[in-house]
Design a protein around this ligand. Structure first.
Ligand code: KIV
Ligand code: NA
Length: 279
């Protein structure tokens, strides 16, 4: 497969071909996303929860994101790889944001960075883009600000909220973002804004009217124990947890029951050597 570049993504956008993006947090999760044909791989800060078991994305450090990126980029050979700048690594101002973005691309070896926010982070986006690092913006529900937003709530439900969302999307476009993730926004709002922008929108919980879609890989694979809360927009395309658990239980059962390993899993000695060894 050919490497997916920024111009290739732009061509898909212009043709109206939906852009596919999936998160990855290590070599195997990147490898499967890439082999299955994802256009973009996102090292999302959701790895705080799905890969590190932390409570929320605010806890993950820039160094930890970089470490995960180093594994992801080795698995994602064709996809365009973008990583989240974690909370605290860009809010102080454009210089801090640029320093963090440079570390992400130099040490994490990603192609671009993503950061959350609209009007208030336009300066940061502009500064990073000026340095030649592609930026994917993220507006609507911005999980890093969940405490300020009052939790994980749909954004742009009211006319006033929808206008605020539109202003944010326009601000990140004008600042030079090559695309924008749109999270948890009513489908008709996301659709109208998508038609009015000239950069692709990558939706999550924002309906089919976006220019592309993104999901958290562990969620869409069903790679989590039963009983976990899932947002409405997640579709479980698999039952990877169920299959992994079945396999581990089967392994346990065969070891405890003495049927594994069988003769076919062992190495023979050279002919006649055992008799000599036994003496
Ligand atoms: O961290 C993440 O996985 C994300 C996507 C859900 C867009 O930001
Ligand atoms: Na994120």
């Amino acid at each position: 497969r050919k490497k997916v570049t920024l111009p290739a993504l732009h061509t898909m956008y212009q043709r109206g071909e939906p852009i596919t993006m999936l998160t990855a947090h290590d070599f195997p999760s990147a490898h499967v996303a890439d082999q299955a044909g994802m256009d973009m791989v996102l090292v999302g800060d959701s790895l705080a929860m799905v890969a590190m078991g932390l409570e929320d994305t605010a806890e993950v450090l820039l160094d930890e994101m970089i470490l995960h990126c180093r594994s992801v980029v080795r698995g994602a050979r064709s996809a365009f790889v973008v990583a989240d700048l974690p909370m605290g690594s860009y809010e102080v101002g454009p210089e801090q944001a640029l320093q963090s973005a440079i570390r992400m691309v130099k040490e994490g070896r990603t192609h671009g960075v993503k950061l959350e926010g609209g009007v208030e982070v336009a300066g940061q986006i502009r500064r990073i883009v000026q340095a030649g690092i592609p930026v994917l913006a993220h507006v609507g529900l911005t999980p890093q600000r969940q405490n300020a937003l009052g939790g994980f709530r749909v954004q742009g439900k009211t006319a006033e909220g929808a206008v605020r969302f539109w202003r944010d999307a326009l601000a990140v476009q004008e600042a030079g973002a090559f695309g924008v993730v749109v999270e948890a926004v009513p489908a008709e709002v996301a659709g109208l804004v998508t038609r009015r922008l000239r950069i692709p929108t990558i939706g999550i919980g924002a309906g089919r009217g976006c220019s592309g879609q993104v999901l958290v890989q562990m969620d869409m694979l069903g790679n989590f124990p039963p009983g976990r809360f899932l947002p409405k927009f997640v579709k479980k395309f698999g039952d990877v947890w169920g299959e992994a658990r079945r396999a581990v239980e089967a392994y346990r059962g065969e070891v405890k029951g003495g049927s594994y390993p069988g003769p076919e899993h062992t190495y023979p000695m050279a002919k006649g050597e055992y008799a000599e060894f036994e003496r």
